[in-house]
Design a protein around this ligand. Structure first.
Ligand SMILES: Cc1cc2nc3c(=O)[nH]c(=O)nc-3n(C[C@H](O)[C@H](O)[C@H](O)COP(=O)(O)OP(=O)(O)OC[C@H]3O[C@@H](n4cnc5c(N)ncnc54)[C@H](O)[C@@H]3O)c2cc1C
Length: 615
């Protein structure tokens, strides 16, 4: 395709790019891969409004005063008496948070909620962290247990259920998984049969691992109607519903996880959500929201763990010094802080872009479905956020436990509990393996569908690389080297994606290790670009700039390795050495030496001085 050499001036779109208000990548579907590196139009937490900060403050204070002082009781499933009813403490706390409005953030005002934007909803999820048993109880109720009705419910269903759910007068759950259907979530065997007079469905089947299973009043339950997998709002107090024993879990000891069995349970016909066969649309859209909330919960827990570790490390003395002053501990802390900052940057970038798209939608009939459409467009970015959040938290907690020494291994110091609780983050809401496949699958669909116009871009990159004319101009100004490095990394990833498509064709789905490497490269790329954008939006103040340098450097190295691995597997015959050499030349452009150790120390010092995560 005799295209000219690609010379993209970073920070501004290429001359032939269509006019857009925001960077092309702002619309989701992996558009960031081919859009210019720029901080313009990227939402960052420094842009929160006073109202949004107030909600965060209320949520944080609620956790600090109502949840954390009662952690032991929550973890041991203590019961309390309220009026004449006995209930678990965690349910009582859930209801209290409902009274404060913390559960109805995304429920429209006309149904008893606050009707807030997604940014505020996610900020509340971030702020309600520190006790994953509580936040998973909240997430199952207010997220995946309520949002299907907000988005897919009809008027009658919304009026009937949403006010009760927003205030937590009734508690909800989401029942999709079955003993034989986990990752293959839509293959469930539960059946719904319309009775002779057409008034009720009789549901029969078993659901597995249901959060809030022991105490939920209603559930969003998935079942097949004549082979069409569908979703229902089911009253779990109905005859024919039984709840299994609590699972004995590795973590989340204060939450409920049980099976639910339906034995001809009668559900009024009007409780069908959407139409027969809508399960896939409902389940997958709700998962996009759930994945983002999980990412933000992980972000809040990263900050919580860093604060505990800094406080402990300043107090604990060995060899006559606070342990946090030892260089090796600073190195770990610097990494923990930098990676947390990156998740923050990429998370609010995604949700800011989603809100910007939602703001363009006309209100009225079909509005919520249109919102679901926007969420669908960001499925790739939602999966990135879920993986980046849960895996960063995993690494942060691994370091946090070790930095506490033997005390990190005992219950009293929070990090032991959090490290156990975090494991499930990488398993539910779609395992991280499945989310990696979602990332690549979404990208390939967007490319073939012409959604992000990247096929042409990739061919240009390929052609320019082939002729040795792919030049990434140096960029002046703060973090100019990092801007150029991200630009080079984009081309390296685009080159590898192009090779994957050319060489694997429709067989991509069987090349899962290739998909994994491409997904990891995209996660690294999105993280480094978002970190850079956030640092630039804040005029490259010293600590954010140090973080951006570190994250861009580490991301570039990871991308160089991952893209080379992909090429080594997919390119056959004698073409590989030349292609690897081109890739290597691209990866080395602007790849100056970076003193990562000094950067980590600098980042750690600022947090140690502040006594907590303060970015
Ligand atoms: C504490 C807890 C709470 C939960 N809460 C809920 C809830 O509220 N509602 C609900 O519906 N479910 C819930 N779940 C279920 C959870 O979503 C599932 O456990 C999860 O989706 C994984 O399914 P699975 O356990 O059957 O694992 P499997 O699907 O059997 O997966 C096993 C392994 O195989 C891998 N694998 C599977 N398919 C593929 C593939 N195609 N390619 C490559 N690798 C693959 C997976 O990544 C994983 O590593 C909960 C689970 C737990 C433990």
């Amino acid at each position: 395709m005799g295209t000219p050499a690609v010379k993209v001036r970073e920070g501004t779109p290429p001359a032939d790019a269509p006019e857009t208000e925001a960077p092309a990548g702002a619309k989701g579907s992996g558009g960031f891969l081919t859009s210019p590196v720029s901080a313009a139009g990227v939402f960052v937490r420094e842009m929160f409004t006073p109202d949004q900060l107030d909600f965060a403050d209320t949520a944080r204070k609620f956790v600090d005063t109502e949840v954390l002082p009662r952690l032991d009781e929550i973890e041991h499933k203590k019961t309390v008496t309220v009026g004449d009813a006995e209930m678990l403490l965690v349910v009582q706390i859930l209801k209290k948070s409902g009274e404060l409005g913390l559960l109805g953030a995304e429920v429209p005002e006309e149904y008893g909620g606050l009707g807030l934007d997604k940014i505020t909803g996610m900020l509340i999820a971030e702020s309600m962290s520190g006790c994953p048993s509580f936040s998973t109880t909240v997430g199952a109720h207010a997220g995946i247990g309520t949002m299907p009705i907000v988005i897919f419910g009809n008027e009658e269903q919304k009026q009937r259920y949403l006010p009760l759910l927003a205030s937590a007068e009734i508690v909800s759950c989401y029942a999709l998984t079955e003993p034989g259907s986990g990752s293959d979530a839509l293959s469930g065997k539960t059946r719904a049969v319309l009775n002779a007079d057409g008034t009720h469905y009789a549901i029969t089947g078993e659901k597995m691992f249901i959060t809030n299973g022991a105490w939920a009043d209603i559930g969003i339950v998935f079942a097949g109607i004549d082979g069409k997998y569908s979703a229902f709002i089911v009253d779990l107090r109905s005859p024919g519903v039984s709840r299994g024993a609590e699972e004995k879990k590795m973590g989340l000891h204060g939450s409920s996880t049980t099976s639910l069995t339906f034995d001809g349970t009668l559900v009024p016909r009007e409780n069908l959500l959407g139409k027969p066969g809508d399960a896939a649309t409902i389940a997958l859209n709700i998962l996009n929201l759930g994945r983002m909330k999980l990412g933000f919960g992980s972000l809040g827990t990263c900050k919580f763990a860093i604060d505990r570790t800094v406080a402990y490390g300043r107090e604990r003395r060995q060899f006559g010094r606070p342990i946090i002053e030892f260089d090796m501990q600073k190195g770990k802390l610097g990494t923990m802080v930098a990676r947390t900052y990156a998740v923050d940057a990429l998370g609010y970038r995604v949700v800011g872009a989603i809100d910007a798209e939602i703001a363009k939608l006309p209100k009225g009939e079909g509005y919520q479905q249109a919102v679901a459409g926007v969420l669908r467009n960001f499925a790739l970015e939602a999966s990135i956020l879920k993986i980046a959040g849960s895996e960063t938290l995993h690494d942060v907690l691994d370091s946090a436990v070790k930095m506490h020494g033997g005390y990190g291994f005992v219950e009293e110091y929070h990090v032991e509990r959090l490290a156990r609780d975090n494991v499930i983050d990488m398993i539910y809401e779609g395992t991280n393996d499945i989310n990696r496949m979602v990332i690549v699958d979404s990208l390939v669909r967007a490319i073939y569908g012409g959604v992000i116009g990247s096929r042409e871009y990739m061919e240009q990159v390929d052609s320019a690389l082939r002729t040795g004319r792919l030049e990434i101009p140096a960029v002046d100004g703060p973090l100019g080297q990092e801007v150029a490095r991200v630009a080079a990394a984009k081309r390296a990833v685009a080159f590898a994606v192009n090779e994957m498509i050319l060489n694997c064709g429709t067989d991509i789905k069987n090349e899962q290790q290739v998909m994994q490497a491409i997904a990891d490269a995209l996660i690294a790329l999105y993280g480094m670009e978002s970190t850079l954008a956030r640092a630039l939006a804040g005029r490259a103040r010293p600590i954010p700039a140090a973080i951006a340098r570190l994250i861009v450097h580490e991301g570039s190295q990871a991308i160089a390795r991952l893209t080379a691995e992909v090429l080594s597997h997919v390119v056959t015959g004698g073409r590989l050495p030349a292609k690897l050499a081109r890739l290597d030349a691209l990866n080395r452009q602007h790849g100056a030496v970076v003193d990562t150790m000094a950067l980590r120390t600098r980042i750690a010092d600022s947090v140690i001085e502040a006594g907590k995560y303060n970015l």
